[in-house]
Ligand binder design. Sequence first.
Ligand SMILES: [Cu+2]
Length: 682
Amino acid sequence: MNRFLFSLTCSTLAAWPLLAEEPTKLDPYVVTAPRGDAPLTVTADPKVPAQPLPAHDGADVLKAIPGFSVVRKGGTDGDPVFRGMAGSRVVVALDGQCVLGGCGNRMDPPTAYAFPGAYDRVTILKGPQTVLHGAGNSAAVVLFENDPLRYTTPTASLQSSLVAGSAGRFDALLDARAGRAAGYARVNGTYTRGDDYEDGSGREVHSAYERWSTNAAVAWTPDEHTTIELSGARSDGEAAYADRAMDGVKFDRENLGLKVKREAISDVVRSVEVQLGYNYVDHVMDNYSLRDFTATAMMPARAVSNPARRTLGGRALVQLVPGEAMLLALGVDYQANRHSVRSTSNQTTMPYEAKPRLRDAEFSQWGAFGELTQKVGDEHRLIGGFRLDRWRATDRRSVVALGMAGSAANPTAGQRRSTELPSGFLRYERDLYVMPGTVYVGLGRSERFPDYWELIKNESATTVSAFRTPIEKTVQLDTGLGLRTEKWSLNASLFANRIDDFLLVQSGYTKPAGMMGTRAATITRAVDAETWGGELSANYRLTEHWRVDVTGAYTRGRNRTDGRPLAQIPPLEGRLALAYTQSSWSAGALLRAVARQDRVAVGQGNIVGQDIGTTPGFAVVSLNASWRFRPWARLSAGVDNLFNKTYAEHISRSGAIVAGYEQTTRVNEPGRTLWTRLDVSF
Ligand SMILES: [Cu+2]
């Protein structure tokens, strides 16, 4: 690891004197709010300085986008939540591939395997308003993507960054690309680490981590319209958790991908592409490597769990221009994954490595989809899509572990279920006459198959298996507008939905336990729910140099079956950013204010966590500055949480008992954090 870090740092420094002839001009700006570009779409550049300093994982880069929140568990690997919707309601794709985590206790959401510096772009598509990226995206789709490369003359480029910050934070990133007309190659490496941080009151939080990733791709471009790209990725890490009795000591991902794309085939066929991907995620967690081992009633000895998931996936897509002002995307996609686990309750006497991996669940999905965009005149667009998926799941468990209550025979052992899931949407978009801008209104419906955690990890209310949990069905109305002038811009999106058979995860559910009386179980329960809310972002250029950005997000949810608020809904929040920009430097301030949340349902929530109570509001002030001292070099710095405020996000997990650390109600956010970042680009 140190050698990897050393070579990354050396190559960054070695790159310094190599002044390119036409250097890229780096913007001297620290991003505090990504921009909405098109209806329902938000894009972010994961390679630019951002405030607050994000952990180098996929969830933390989403945090700055209005509507997103992150469930904190430690220093990294939080779970992203969009409009109060967590887990598989937010589809995450890494370079077009779905990477589901393996951890039954949700240490590794898909974003734990996303190293933002390895991608050129993050795109968020809100609502069930696309069918192109798999099924079940009732809340949003998040795409971590690389820009397509194409060279006409021999070209090489290098981009690198270093970050140093409070609590031992250190990041290094190197991204090198080279190509000519016949093909290209790309290599990317990232490294990040952090020690335990302190909250605003100086309490250490059990949160240290270390993560690294390597990505490489080679492509053959036999002619100007054809690309054949082979890619691979390998990453690993370890992370301490402040909200549970175990830490993650291995997050190993192996990936192989193949992409073949042919463009400009005929007047009608714009492009054809086929993509295949293989992912293997191997995760290990234990209660002794990253903390002082303490015997507890649940875990009296050194315990280890080693889940793994193998995922195979593919997609074929044809883009057609069947008529004037008409664009039709047709495709099929496939995804199959199998989950296995081996574990030991005593690593000293029965090491987990000597045990066989037991497969506990298999999932597969076939989908066929079509999405049509029809332009009517210059201003109107009608966009509609439909997809049909066939899902299949197999329960391979013979017994179900019940924690302290031992285990029970699995009533759904060996069972298989399969279902057809129809999803679709229709949206009308209109460009405005009076000023550059767009308004839209769309209605979408999605059906989501229960995920591994809802189906296999939890019990149901009546049996120890939730394998017969119903399908979740969302009908959602999305509407909004985007306006842009020289001086200001405004983006607003509103949504309202009805969710039938919303899969609520409820902890502390009392079940009879034979002669022992009762026991508390975590169950998956289908209820009817509704949520509504929206996001707003606006910016205004006060003078040539001064700019102000305002964003806000609000979601309100109701559990109609229980007549209670829907749990795990983040409260109203707003951000105000003020920036002063010169041609080569900028300075800015950011205020983030979050309201109190008293709409709670204690014990209810989702696969990530459940409500633990109300939370007070808070406000945090941060300062940043950025300086482009060479066209190809930028130095940025910031102070996050300037006034060292002690606070926790409403949806963050409760603090656990960890030897040597003070237990807190929730895992608190970091106190005052200083950071500096250097970017070079050739
Ligand atoms: Cu885990």
